[in-house]
Write a new protein. Structure first.
Length: 308
């Protein structure tokens, strides 16, 4: 799946759908003729509508969905009832009417996907790796991976990274980086176009100066992305400690059950020692957890823009 970064200001429903199908982006800027419907759509809809008109149960069995299956079963029973009660001619006319309605309904559902429509509507407010030059696309993928690591972590969900509004700050950082990468790609392609023509000595000197500026900007952005990756790495490390601490804490909470089990076979003081060791391990790990989380928080705080 191609990496995609979306403007945090987009409607949440649009963002969610566009993020799931980035391969459908970007569409043509103009609305396609006939809503994107083609002769192929018509040819595909014709047999399906015929089945809905005369053999709807086949459609229901093919889709395997409960609602579609139930609809097909009821419709099949109705069409057979019409045939038995009113004869074949009425059955054929009724089936043809259902086929016509099904054809219109299926054709209405064909054409441009909602994702493509959103992409056309929100053009300029999303960036995919496919839209960028290879170097910039690689930087975008690193950014997306690091951001996802933090936002999907149990630490963030459980609020351990307090003081850092990850759900607000990271998408903004991600989008800012994506916009910068888009501009870098535009300038790289502009340079490539200039070099493909007649290059005089003065043009060459100008292009070299511009290329150096691009390199400086790329290195600066790469350092920013490295800071984001460091935050993600620290978060992963702290999350491993957090998972271990939660397991030990649960085991320590079950101390009474273990104490009772051990006391059946060994002395009570040994049983108490075994259980006490679990609690001590949990306490030591908790201290390590606090340190790991603090390191992650410090790495995250460096991403927060300074005011003034």
């Amino acid at each position: 799946m191609s990496a995609i970064v979306l403007d945090p200001g987009l409607p949440e429903g649009h963002r969610r759908l566009m993020a799931t199908r980035p391969e459908l982006l970007p569409p043509a800027p103009e609305r396609p003729a006939w809503g994107g419907r083609t002769l192929g759509d018509v040819l595909a809809v014709l047999p399906q509508s015929a089945l809905w008109g005369f053999l709807p149960l086949v459609v229901g069995l093919a889709h395997r969905g409960r609602i579609v299956l139930l609809t097909g079963l009821l419709l099949q029973g109705a069409t057979l009832g019409v045939w038995i009660r009113y004869g074949f001619t009425t059955f054929f006319l009724a089936g043809s009417a259902v086929q016509a309605l099904a054809f219109l309904a299926l054709l209405a559902l064909a054409g441009e996907s909602p994702v493509a429509g959103y992409g056309r509507r929100h053009r300029g407010r999303y960036v995919t790796a496919a839209m960028l030059e290879p170097l910039d696309a690689a930087l975008l993928e690193r950014t997306v991976a690091a951001t996802a690591t933090v936002l999907r972590s149990r630490l963030d969900r459980d609020g351990l990274l307090d003081g850092i509004a990850n759900r607000v700050i990271l998408p903004r950082q991600e989008w800012d980086i994506a916009e910068t990468l888009t501009e870098l790609t535009r300038l790289r392609r502009e340079q490539a176009g200039a070099r493909s023509g007649r290059v005089t000595e003065r043009i060459s000197a100008m292009l070299e100066s511009q290329e150096e500026a691009l390199d400086v900007a790329t290195r600066a952005l790469a350092r920013r992305i490295s800071s984001l990756e460091e935050y993600a790495r620290r978060t992963e490390e702290a999350e491993e400690v957090y998972a271990e601490w939660r397991t030990l804490r649960d085991l320590a909470d079950d101390g009474d059950a273990y104490r009772e089990l051990l006391s059946r076979t060994v002395r009570d003081d040994l049983a108490a020692g075994e259980v006490g060791e679990l609690a001590e391990r949990a306490e030591r790990l908790e201290a390590s957890l606090r340190e790991s989380v603090e390191q992650a928080r410090l790495a995250g705080l460096t991403l927060i823009p300074r005011e003034g």
